[in-house]
Design a protein around this ligand. Sequence first.
Ligand SMILES: [Ca+2]
Length: 357
Amino acid sequence: MQIKFTGKGLALKIYILMSVFCLISIVSSCMEVEEILFEDKNRKPIQLILDSDTNNELDDQHAIAYLLSNDKYFNLKGITVNKTSFGGSIEDQAVEAERVLLLCARQDIAVFKGAAGNYQQIKEQITTPEFDGSEAVDFIIESAKSSEQEKLVILAVGKLTNVALALLKEPSIAANLRIVWLGSHYPDSREYNLINDALAVAAVLRSNVEFELMTVREGKSSGTANVLVYTEEIKNKIQGNGPQIVNPIAGRNGKLFSNFGDYSVSLFDLFPGAGSPQGRSFFDVAAVAILKKPYWAEKVEIPAPSLSEDGKWTEQPDNPRKIVFWENFEKNKIMQDFYRSMDEFSLQKTGASDSRS
Ligand SMILES: [Ca+2]
């Protein structure tokens, strides 16, 4: 049987073809569709302090660059650093944070030295003018006090000591803060950030501050550990990216760098990761991504559990205090956005740099 298209049939055929074309376009730009569906067009940049063990390995540095390449979403007011088991002294942590800020042409953002020791060791000195971590703790307190109009976000991607000490020294700041912490394998025990100061986490859980927990979960698909970045991909995609700075800066290996992209590649040479293809988890970058696009993970409100000194959780189902727990991170969307941000960061800032030279 032969089908003839009349004028009406032809119109229907064109309509179907156009619909299919539109559908393909929509699927290929699902990120833009998500933005249309979920984005608040009146959203203002998040007022933010990053609390980081920047010199630990390499994800903190990339989290800083990712934050700075998204100034439409974030107003980074300062970086407070803390010392965890790896990454040297508190000075080393501060130097690495300052290095990344300089490589991103943001010398206007200050770095504040925080705790080298832990909450238990420092808490008795909290009433003295200067104690281990007081520079960072006082910056958090002052920033929180001046954030009465909207809550100041502390994105903590190391141990929680600085945050716990700030809440101990000035409990009234809890009302002005939203703490987002990357750490723990919750509900499983231990994890690097947690075990570096479990009693600091326990103290924050006992306070009344707004608290969100983004889980790590090594070896499982539901944590930030599953947000993998591959060494080869980094070399191909972000080498040379970032603002081109006039005076090169020495990296951790002494070699000079003029942009963050090249420094990123050198960090991956230092910490090449494991597996085939070779890669690492981008824990701290995932935390920034979820602050930017909360619909790239799943969240649930839970009664705040308690935590022991050796990093074990105890559920408290009747606890009226609630915290937010994040899991199941959209790793492909996060990595796609990271690379896109770094690419646009480069174009935007290179243009600015060229016009000055
Ligand atoms: Ca970290």
